[in-house]
Design a protein around this ligand. Structure first.
Ligand SMILES: Nc1nc2c(ncn2[C@@H]2O[C@H](COP(=O)(O)OP(=O)(O)OP(=O)(O)O)[C@@H](O)[C@H]2O)c(=O)[nH]1
Ligand SMILES: [Mg+2]
Length: 256
């Protein structure tokens, strides 16, 4: 079993090493192997160099760093990482998580356990056992209303549709690579709605989301507005993907 962890970074020098250390400890405790792909957009704070040096000092060959020439957005960074991971024929589980320690590595073993029976495991703040620490009123309102809207518009049946902490199966990643187009924060929406449009099984696993305490958020007001527009605007594409997947499935020979 091979687990790939895709981590997009932009100016995460203050967080990334703690994340790598905690991932190492977590996987050691549950005796699982893993690989990390960091996709850095040439962060001015030298995030990529810090990771490379840490991997060298610790003789850690499980870490790969891909550096792009400039800030090109969270969504395109994750897609590149997923594409890279898919090149490994042994890769079975694909994790996406933020570098800012909002997504705790300690929540991963349970998510991976659920991944044995699902195409997408959504790290969920809105089911029993899940919660959010450190958000102000405004962030709670944005997240809650976005989730209500997504549930109503797309009937996802999922309580938390917007955290990027997820585990995907191989075929779910293949669908994302085929259909996803999001360059930036719209990724969070497309990357759950595409597997759902394909009829893939999504389950939720509780996570404790902790608002970043170090480094700066890259999420601007403009990003939030574009995000809202995308929630509504993606509906047409969602229906097209649904149709395309249904056609592919119906043309596959049935196994009896
Ligand atoms: N490679 C790359 N990574 C990015 C880019 N924008 C954000 N990231 C990373 O994506 C992850 C999420 O970004 P954040 O700035 O934490 O955004 P957020 O989690 O939506 O917002 P906060 O709740 O305010 O932290 C972090 O690991 C960032 O470093 C980008 O343009 N390129
Ligand atoms: Mg964050």
């Amino acid at each position: 079993m091979s687990i790939y962890i895709i981590v997009p970074t932009y100016n995460e020098r203050e967080n990334i090493i703690e994340l790598l250390k905690r991932l190492k400890k977590t996987f050691k405790l549950c005796n699982l192997g893993y690989k990390v792909i960091v996709i850095d957009d040439n962060s001015p704070d030298g995030t990529a160099d810090v990771v490379k040096q840490w991997a060298r000092n610790n003789k850690d060959t499980s870490i790969e760093v891909i550096v792009r020439e400039g800030k090109k957005g969270l969504g395109s960074a994750i897609l590149l990482g997923l594409r890279r991971a898919l090149q490994d024929p042994e890769a079975e589980y694909f994790v996406t998580m933020d570098a800012d320690l909002s997504h705790r590595p300690e929540d991963l073993p349970l998510m991976i356990k659920y991944a044995r029976k699902a195409d997408v495991v959504q790290g969920s703040r809105y089911i029993k056992g899940g919660r959010i620490i450190g958000w102000g009123f405004h962030r709670h309102i944005v997240s809650k209303t976005a989730n209500i809207l997504i549930r109503l518009l797309y009937r996802t049946g999922v309580k938390d549709n917007t955290s990027n902490y997820r585990v995907y199966s191989r075929r779910a990643v293949e669908a994302l690579i085929k259909y996803a187009d999001a360059q930036s924060y719209e990724w969070a929406i497309e990357s759950i709605l595409i597997p759902i449009a394909c009829g893939y099984h999504v389950v939720e696993s509780p996570i404790v989301f902790i608002n970043r305490t170090k480094g700066k958020s890259k999420l601007s007001l403009g990003d939030i507005v574009r995000w809202w527009i995308h929630i509504i605007g993606f509906k047409k594409r969602f229906n097209e993907i649904k149709k395309s997947c249904a056609e592919i499935n119906s043309s596959k020979p049935k196994v009896s």
